[in-house]
Design a binder for this molecule. Structure first.
Ligand code: DWN
Length: 409
């Protein structure tokens, strides 16, 4: 039997959760592709030395991030504003050189954040392996390379463009299995006074809210401040600030710099202490998490089965990557959920990975609203509820599974 090792420390991983056979989270497909659909065993492992929760096995990056990548960041107005504010914070941070600063963003997708630097006339570079979204970024005037970021690429960029004042990433770092190489690249690319700022879904929120749908093929890691401190500490860098975010159901923005380059905020100690109190450094914590996940699954299946028995129509709202985990882990197919509506053209007319529920344009939802809508895009609830007042006024109800399975409305 192969022994699976931690991608950070090389220590053996302890298996803490098994989601069974899962397809690609963003692998929306057509009926002629059903027979050859790719599946892999999705299991979570933990290593106490690195304190890093991670997938034991992950599909190859080229299989997930390519010229047909189905997720465009700019589908949410709220996220547009969030990234404009993130960019403003970087520009006002005092970390950028006063003359000719250089900002690099890893996984810039369609340029949702970097366009703010481009519009401000600032020197910038996006690195985005998914060619289709990188093309959109370039078309918006965001200078973007369609490559995977490595220590070698960092050295090349430093040679051609110079070192960076800021290295940014949002919902990207947790996708990269070769993260140690990426951290070495960041260290090489950053000026001695430069900062790395990145945000990702936060393990503390996932545990507190049982939001297990944050676990899918693309998210090879679920970070905590403890694991990030350890990972960067090994490469001579340190956490200088932590800024909790409400995005994606609870994220954390990590601010890192070369060791000793900048003062460390008192928030860092406070959050690290809180994580130790929550047990994010111990394998036993994930056994409790597993029990909560299993309970959540049973409740969701029971609720949908009951609605079916009562002859209610149920649809999904938002064909998220996250929903792939829920649907496949709970075994929910078109018998329980008629269709899922989504505003992303590339997903429409296709079927969800694994369970093959039809994905329909948003207009299908408004034209023939269901009795109940499962809010798979629960992380955008505020924006969606504001938009769907008519659905609720006409008696439409929501099903959410975070922080617990319940019917709203
Ligand atoms: O890390 C990742 C995050 C940032 O984005 C990626 N690995 C992939 C992706 O994950 P996701 O698909 O779970 O992200 P979202 O932002 O929860 O996806 C929302 C989906 O819902 C999109 O397909 C667009 C759709 N949507 C909609 O149909 N109506 C979204 C909104 C706000 C709406 O009103």
């Amino acid at each position: 039997m192969t022994e699976h090792r931690c991608r950070i420390s090389g220590a053996p991983l302890t298996k803490v959760l098994d989601f069974g056979r899962q397809p690609l989270g963003n692998g929306f497909l057509s009926p002629e592709q059903f027979a050859s659909e790719y599946f892999y065993p999705m299991e979570l492992g933990f290593a106490e030395e690195s304190m890093m929760l991670q997938l034991i096995e992950q599909p190859a990056p080229e299989q997930m991030f390519h010229e047909h990548y189905a997720f465009y960041s700019s589908t949410s107005r709220f996220m547009e504003r969030h990234f404009a504010e993130f960019a403003r914070q970087v520009m006002d941070s005092g970390f950028l050189a006063t003359t000719d600063p250089f900002v690099v963003e890893l996984g810039c997708n369609d340029g949702i954040m970097l366009k703010n630097f481009a519009q401000a006339g600032m020197r910038h570079l996006g690195i985005e392996p998914s060619r289709n979204v990188a093309e959109v970024a370039n078309s918006k005037g965001v200078r973007t390379l369609s490559e995977f970021f490595t220590e070698d690429l960092a050295a090349q960029i430093a040679k051609t463009d110079g070192q960076a004042d800021a290295f940014l990433a949002a919902n990207v770092m947790c996708h990269i299995p070769t993260i140690v190489d990426v951290v070495k690249g960041i260290r090489a690319l950053l000026k001695p006074t430069g900062v790395a700022m990145f945000e990702d879904p936060y393990l503390g929120d996932v545990i507190e809210k049982t939001s297990y749908d944050q676990i899918y093929d693309e998210h090879v890691f679920l970070f905590s401040a403890l694991s990030i401190q350890h990972l960067f500490g090994e490469q001579g860098m340190e956490l200088i600030d932590l800024q909790p975010q409400t995005t994606h159901g609870g994220s954390m923005r990590y601010v890192l710099a070369h060791k000793g380059a900048h003062p460390v905020s008192e928030r860092v100690t406070r959050i690290l202490d809180r994580e130790c109190a929550m047990g994010l450094d111990r394998v036993a914590t994930f056994d409790e998490f597993r029990k909560h996940v299993e309970r959540s699954r049973s409740k969701l299946i029971a609720l949908l089965a009951d609605l079916k028995t009562r002859g209610k129509r149920v649809a999904g709202y938002g064909a998220t990557s996250k929903s792939t985990t829920i649907l496949n882990y709970c075994g929910i197919g078109p018998d329980l959920i008629e269709y899922i509506s989504d505003t992303t053209p590339i997903k429409q007319g296709k079927f969800t990975p694994g369970m093959h529920i039809p994905v329909k344009p948003y207009e299908a939802f408004t034209a023939n609203p269901p009795d109940y809508a499962v809010l798979f895009a629960w992380n955008h609830a505020e924006e969606i509820m504001a938009k769907e007042k008519a659905y609720m006024a006409s008696g439409g109800k929501w099903i959410v599974h975070v922080p617990k399975v319940q019917v709203l409305g």
